[in-house]
Design a protein around this ligand. Sequence first.
Ligand code: NDP
Length: 391
Amino acid sequence: MKRLILLGSTGSIGDSTLKVVRALPDCFQVVGLAAGSDWKKLIQQAAEFGVRDVAVADGDSAAECGRHAPAGMNLRAGAGGIEALVRETEADCVVCAVVGLAGLRPVLAALQRGLDVALATKEVLVAAGPIVMDLSRRTGGRLLPVDSEHNAVFQCLAGAGIPPGAKADAQVRRIVLTASGGPFSSRREIDFDRVTVKEALAHPRWNMGRKVTIDSATLMNKGLEIMEAHWLFGVPLAKIEVLIHPESIVHSMVEFVDGSLLAQLSPPDMRFAIQYALTWPERRDGGLPSLDFTKIRLLHFEEPDMTRFPCLRLAREAATTGGSLPCVLNAANEVAVDQFLEGRIPFSGIARTVEQVMDAHEVIRAPDLEGLVAADAWARGQALLAMAQPV
Ligand code: NDP
């Protein structure tokens, strides 16, 4: 029985994680739950899974939660409350499915304790890859990838006897990350100055939270994933490729030095990745469906168009430069996506904002945590300024 703390339980990955737990009740016990603001859903989840230790990040929502929480519920409030939940609750694994850099300090708190982290929140590794990986090595807390592409690579590497945390570089010729392409990659007629929020949120394959869905539409998501793969698997950026694969059946591939290539295939449903991250190194039957190849028939692969999707180019540039630049790219992107979702900037304004903020940044070579926090705050302010200027 693995004891889980689930951060971001009220979101899309949170929901899918709880489905996995429901399907495998003998394998998992949920001992902690954390949300941003949806305290009503959190209370329902806590009641269903018999969880006493919870946290709510937003102050007002936490206060409301406190007023309605059943007797005996141990509620922590604010961003510090989520860290406290991780530090104080007896557990074996922390599932991090909080959106954005808000996941960083809870992940560090979990690794500090030597706990395994099943990581969905890619922004954590993008912004602070060296700090997170170094802490993981020192404490023995392992990072188990939940992001479907990285989970696919993790499965391919496990098949070759390479455990999480080991540098795969010596045995890997290249990693091929697949991308659905989002709603726009196959629609060349689309004018990115006029795309509506509704159109951008209409992902053809995956049902996900709003931020990652917009990142998929700009292909920033794949740029973030290049950095995530670089840190997770210790493979140089030059060996990490991206291919558009609209069917979202092959979730990623690893070509080994001998030229053989392993791929992981499954229907596009995050429960496959979450379940493997949580049951690893074992496999369990959680009732997930089989692929029907007679229905799929064709699988397509093509190169991404870096001109139409400048976010992918910007993320590669940030990754290559390194230092504080990936953190700055991530922060500017979080703010710009938020502003697009609020209807304040056009879709094309996301890449423009990120590029302006990156151009204005003086890169810090090897920032410590405080340096990253400062760079993150600077970039958020700078992004808001950039968006306030007339185009
Ligand atoms: P959602 O928007 O659906 O959920 C986000 C979760 O984070 C919610 O529980 C939300 O709480 C919580 N949250 C928001 N802000 C804060 C905060 N400041 N502090 C603590 N908790 C907060 O996102 P997803 O589940 O789609 O994605 C979560 C992460 O997983 C992202 O990093 C994403 O890139 C990654 N990911 C997602 C995939 C997917 O299929 N959805 C696939 C691969 C990766 P509340 O709703 O209560 O405010």
